[in-house]
Design a protein around this ligand. Structure first.
Ligand code: SF4
Ligand code: SF4
Length: 383
């Protein structure tokens, strides 16, 4: 392998890491601003997570209804990640996903400390890998049955976005535990959540079966050094495969970049086309940006939340799904036509707090936005 080859590989690894960190940074800023800005603000994590799109799509198909707290943005991100999976397999996980990045950063810390890169014993690892499919099935069906985002309080990504929120210990104690376990376990075991618990990874792994681009090993060139196996964060046995078809492969190309023999391990597309690791990173990012860009231009992807008043005006009727912790009782009254006095009396809120976001008063007054939604819907259903 020439010096130029080594430089190309180093650059490919740096590019992937740069993209991962950029996506994590942008989504972190969006989440923080969503928490602290009053009024119209960047869309929250509930509207900007592709797994929300799976739950929404299932509910849409099964019950013909969108879920509260969800925006079309989740469906757009889901479509983009599925398009990526059709071509580049589970590369969304390995090249874009910010929760994966958090795990990788802790994994790198673990390797620096000499504790990382361990493998869970096979007797435990093999059955545990099926857990994520159970999580996928349970939360998708439960969401449809409950008609709301039931995974939210358990979701480490939603929790990450509420680390600075007053809701952290009231709504997200389980999610906080899952996030803490994920971070701690990732120090020792790479991509712990991806391997065992992530429902999005489970879903994309199934779609990725038809993926066109995969890692391919040339048995003739391979010297059986095992460096690809050591580099793989998902513990795929690359050195035993010809085509890496493993459902666990997240398309990170760490194996390709670790292989010391030129041509022994490469990413290949249809008709044996060679795809450089950096090209793959660029292509995956381009697909995501293209889908988000086009849908932003058409108005189907919204970067900001709309108030319940604006959404109800657009819909021509009260939009209960737009009621959330940022909404005030005064806005609910304006959007629904239910007298403000009735709302204040029902939830024991003084008139001076009528314009405050519910998240600021709900714990003190002992109610939730869901209670308000249910009360208004009941009132509107009465003849
Ligand atoms: S097999 Fe290679 S591309 Fe797939 S997850 Fe492992 S290191 Fe990444
Ligand atoms: S790193 Fe390359 S040469 Fe070594 S076992 Fe893997 S494919 Fe073969």
């Amino acid at each position: 392998m020439t010096t130029a080859d080594r430089v190309t590989r180093r650059r490919a690894r740096a590019l992937r890491l740069a993209v991962l960190i950029a996506v994590l940074a942008v989504s972190t800023v969006i989440g923080l601003v969503h928490q602290v800005v009053a009024g119209p603000a960047p869309a929250g994590v509930d509207a900007l997570c592709p797994f929300g799109g799976i739950e929404a799509a299932y509910s849409l198909l099964a019950a013909g209804a969108f879920l509260p707290k969800l925006a079309a943005g989740s469906l757009v991100l889901l479509i983009a990640s599925v398009l990526v999976a059709f071509v580049f397999r589970r590369s969304f996980c390995g090249q874009i996903c910010p929760l994966g990045t958090i795990q990788e950063l802790f994994g790198r810390l673990g390797r620096r400390l000499g504790a990382g890169g361990r493998a869970v014993p096979a007797a435990l690892d093999s059955p545990a890998r099926y857990l994520k499919y159970v999580v996928l099935a349970v939360f998708t069906i439960w969401t449809w049955a409950a008609a709301e985002l039931v995974m939210r309080p358990y979701d480490p990504w939603a929790t990450y976005h509420h680390l600075t929120s007053g809701e952290l210990l009231t709504t997200f104690p389980v999610g906080l535990a899952v996030l803490a376990v994920t971070a701690a376990a990732s120090v020792f075991y790479d991509r712990f959540f991806c391997k065992y618990l992530c429902p999005m990874g489970a879903f994309l792994g199934i779609v990725a079966r038809v993926g066109l681009v995969k890692v391919r090993r040339d048995r003739g060139a391979c010297v059986d050094c095992g460096k690809c196996d050591e580099a793989c964060p998902m513990n795929v046995r690359v050195s035993e495969a010809t085509d890496v078809n493993d459902i666990e492969c997240i398309g990170c190309n760490e194996c390709v970049n670790a292989c010391p023999v030129k041509g022994a391990l490469e990413v290949r597309g249809p008709r044996e086309t060679r795809v450089g690791a950096a090209t793959l990173t660029g292509a995956v990012l381009a697909v995501m940006l293209l889908v988000v860009g086009v849908t932003t231009a058409t108005g189907d992807f919204s970067w900001t939340t709309k108030s319940v008043v604006a959404k109800s005006r657009e819909a021509g009727a009260f939009d209960a799904g737009a009621v959330n912790g940022r909404t005030s009782l005064a806005e609910v009254a304006e959007a629904s036509g239910v007298p403000l006095e009735s709302l204040l009396e029902r939830f024991g809120v003084p008139r001076g707090d009528a314009a405050k976001p519910m998240r600021e008063i709900k714990d003190e007054r002992g109610f939730t936005p869901e209670d308000v939604r249910a009360f208004v819907e009941e009132r509107l259903a009465k003849p």
